[in-house]
Design a binder for this molecule. Structure first.
Ligand code: BGC
Length: 759
């Protein structure tokens, strides 16, 4: 035993030494390089440009790209992809610029590269960390094969507000789950060797609090207490940093009145001093320039503020490039600050192995062998199925029988343009599989499908124009809505079951796509009402990028399957679920409100002094006159074609010592007829403490698979760290006293027992 411990110690020491050696080798290399650099060249490294191959989301795009690269005025570039183009650009840097410093090649690879997976909110609904990690791994394989080495992902912004369109890009509302996802994605992108030609540097974004804009309106003001930041919004960032994420992107919003890109408290006091982050910080698209509009001064002033606050790289706006030298001459920024930022960027390039081989990521044979392979597509199909959430299944309407006559209707049933979802810049919508095709292929000669569009996504041309900025997403049919509806009803009447595919166009969520009304557009509601009136069993397949308010649809339909925007293999994956080839196991990672007025709504709300736990209105309690407090579907909720029974919670000790632990278990039994997976969730409640406690907090989960009749015991270990929370002085500590531990199928569970944390 002693020998093993000694050996382990020796290995750890060796590892630490070799890391230190590597670190000092890197420092030596960077010192030497920086000693040769002019101040202009150093500032050049802080400049990130785009010649416009991506999505220009701000007011500027870069000009004179080639000349700037040659003059050493560019540290990184994005929107350039493919071995040939990347090689051309890199050649300018490493053969024609004075010091031959290679560039970073960035991109937004948000949910897959060409093999597009479901939107991140959908991925999170799988609660399957190994699978999520693999989606990031596949994305990195493909993106690096196209010459990229730096990814603007993962987005780990917690959000509790379905109006905000960018909820589509994140992992939902919960800090614990969000942290696990952040870790999985960083591991997937970066692997364990950043210099490998198939790994890329991750960027955790958007730091910070971007998911809590007032009114759910993108880019709007955020104002939040520090205990909320630390307990709820920061954890995924810290987790990603602990996992080794190489870079961080700032957010557009202000934090405590100071825009994030110039917020010293955020970028230095928290990020560097408290969390020891040693990667580099990049701004968001023109977020430095936007501080002029924020009212902080002119471009030179805001650029100086940003650098001094701890920002290292300026995305697209060229505030750093065009003003830092003046600020240095005028004494408003120091050379030391410029050196610090430049050093961090050079270090990132070193860590990626670019100084050894600037063409490391460029290999003409890779795209064909690595991108959109059959294996990747078949994985994407599986992922699409595993991200779907079954919200309702009355009378076991699903799965569908293979000989059933299906009326497949709805504006999203055969609509390639909307399968990929938001932020899928590298994906080709035309390569995607809509549900009509998926069902036809799966059913083969058994297929008895009639298809009708039934309705437009929206009938409103002005609305369609706003959504169609990146191509046609809402296609208003030449036929009248009445005619389309009649056609759908005729088909519905001669079928055994109606499958209506309704929801949002992909660009109805995502950046700059906030909505103040999160129901289905009125014309789609009409379609659903008319279909329900036929009396035929009605299945709604709902595609969306955010939680929708589905109270009416929940009443009208027999089954509801939420598929999000499910990616390139959407139709195949969804067909697998509808036909029972895959038994759905997804669970919501954002609470689904009854109506938009309930937002922000989230399960881990703090208790009030006038709680109203039931749904009955009580005067002078915290509730509404016109809607119950409870959501339509709770966080963690999702059904299966089978049913699971939970035993009572059993704990091995009734109290935890401060240095001890406690085991909490349940027995879960598959009591239905299908094999299926279940996400077993553990929540705690701190009963008495010095800060108002959340009603419940997720602290652990496990996804298990059970055959019909099979049982499994699931055991979780809790220790004092799981009970800790940030206090007003931002200290992380647990408080002794009474706790509850809940284990169940969703956040609504009351399957619980009590324990104590001893002093
Ligand atoms: C978005 C970022 C993105 C950047 C570059 C911005 O508008 O907020 O998430 O990485 O554009 O495309």
């Amino acid at each position: 035993m002693r020998q093993i411990i000694l050996l382990a110690l020796a290995t750890t020491l060796l590892l630490a030494c070799s890391q230190e050696e590597k670190g000092s080798e890197m420092d030596g290399f960077v010192d030497d390089l920086m000693s040769q650099m002019t101040i202009e060249e150093k500032i050049g490294q802080l400049n990130l440009i785009t010649p416009g191959g991506g999505i220009p989301t701000g007011s500027a795009v870069s000009t004179d790209v080639e000349a700037k690269i040659i003059e050493g005025k560019v540290g990184g570039i994005f929107g350039v992809t493919g071995p040939e183009k990347v090689r051309q650009a890199q050649t300018l840097a490493v053969e024609r610029s004075r010091l031959k410093i290679p560039m970073l090649f960035g991109s937004d690879v948000i949910h897959g590269y060409k093999t597009v997976f479901p939107i991140p909110l959908g991925l999170s609904a799988s609660w399957d960390m190994a699978m999520i990690e693999k989606t990031a791994r596949v994305a990195a394989e493909e993106a690096t094969a196209d010459g990229l080495n730096w990814n603007f992902s993962p987005m780990v912004d917690i959000s509790r507000d379905a109006r905000w369109g960018r909820v589509a890009e994140g992992g939902g509302e919960d800090p614990y789950l969000g942290s696990q996802i952040a870790r999985a994605m960083v591991r997937g992108y970066q692997g364990d060797d950043l210099t490998a030609a198939n790994t890329m540097m991750a960027t955790v974004k958007h730091f910070a609090l971007y998911g809590a804009p007032e009114g759910g309106r993108d880019y709007n003001t955020v104002d939040m207490s520090r205990i909320r930041m630390f307990n709820d919004y920061f954890p995924p960032f810290l987790a990603a940093i602990e996992e080794g994420a190489g870079s961080i992107m700032t957010s557009f919003n202000d934090v405590d009145g100071v825009p994030a890109s110039a917020n010293k408290w955020l970028l230095t006091d928290i990020l560097r001093d408290r969390w020891d982050f040693d990667g580099f910080v990049v701004s968001d698209y023109t977020s430095v320039n936007e501080m002029v509009d924020h009212g902080l001064g002119d471009l030179q002033a805001v650029s100086a503020l940003a650098l001094k606050a701890g920002l290292d790289m300026d995305m697209v706006g060229e505030g750093f490039l065009t003003t830092l030298k003046n600020s240095l001459d005028e004494g408003t920024v120091s050379e030391e600050a410029i050196n610090k930022a430049c050093r961090r960027i050079l270090q990132a390039k070193y860590q990626l192995g670019l100084f050894d081989d600037p063409y490391r990521y460029i290999d003409d044979s890779r795209p064909e062998n690595r991108i959109l392979t059959e294996a990747n597509r078949s994985f994407a199909r599986d992922v699409a199925a595993r991200s779907a959430v079954l919200l309702k299944n009355a009378n076991q309407t699903l799965p569908l029988g293979r000989h059933t006559r299906i009326a497949l209707v709805g504006p999203l049933a055969n609509n390639k343009n909307n399968m990929l979802g938001t932020w899928a810049v590298s994906g080709d919508p035309q390569m995607s599989v809509p549900l009509l095709e998926g069902l036809q292929k799966s059913l083969g000669t058994n297929a008895r499908i009639q298809y009708a569009k039934g309705a437009n996504i929206s009938d409103d041309p002005a609305f369609a124009e706003k959504v169609n900025v990146f191509g046609t997403r809402i296609d208003i049919d030449e036929r009248s809505p009445e005619l389309m509806l009649r056609e759908a009803l005729t088909m519905a009447n001669s079928s055994d079951v109606i499958v209506a595919v309704v929801g949002e166009a992909s660009e109805m969520s995502g950046e700059s796509s906030s909505r103040s009304d999160i129901t289905l557009p009125e014309n789609q509601k009409k379609l659903v009402r008319a279909l329900a009136q036929t009396g035929k069993p009605l299945v709604l397949v709902i595609m969306s990028g955010r939680p929708l308010a589905l109270e009416e649809e929940n009443e009208l339909a027999d089954a509801l399957l939420l598929t999000w925007h499910a990616g390139i293999e959407a139709g195949n994956g969804i067909a697998d679920v509808l036909l029972g080839v895959y038994n759905p196991s997804g669970k919501l990672t954002m609470t689904f409100p009854r109506n938009v007025g309930q937002t922000p709504i989230y399960y881990n709300q703090r208790v009030t002094g006038r709680p109203n736990p039931g749904d009955e209105f009580q005067k002078f309690r915290s509730n509404y006159l016109d809607v119950p407090n409870s959501p339509l579907f709770a966080f963690g909720y999702g059904l299966s074609y089978t049913s699971f029974e939970y035993s009572d919670v059993v704990i091995d000790e009734t109290s935890i010592q401060p240095d001890g632990q406690l085991k909490a278990s349940v027995k879960v039994t598959n009591t239905g007829d299908f094999e299926g997976e279940e996400v077993v969730q553990l929540y705690i409640r701190d009963v008495i403490r010095s800060l108002t406690p959340p009603v419940k907090e997720l602290k652990a989960f496990e996804k298990i698979n059970l055959k019909p009749g099979e049982s499994k015991e699931v055991t979780f270990t809790l220790n004092v760290d799981d009970l800790a929370f940030y206090h007003q002085d931002l200290r992380l500590a647990a408080e002794s006293g009474d706790f509850k531990v809940f284990i169940g199928p969703n956040s609504d569970t009351d399957n619980s027992t009590d324990f104590r944390l001893e002093e």
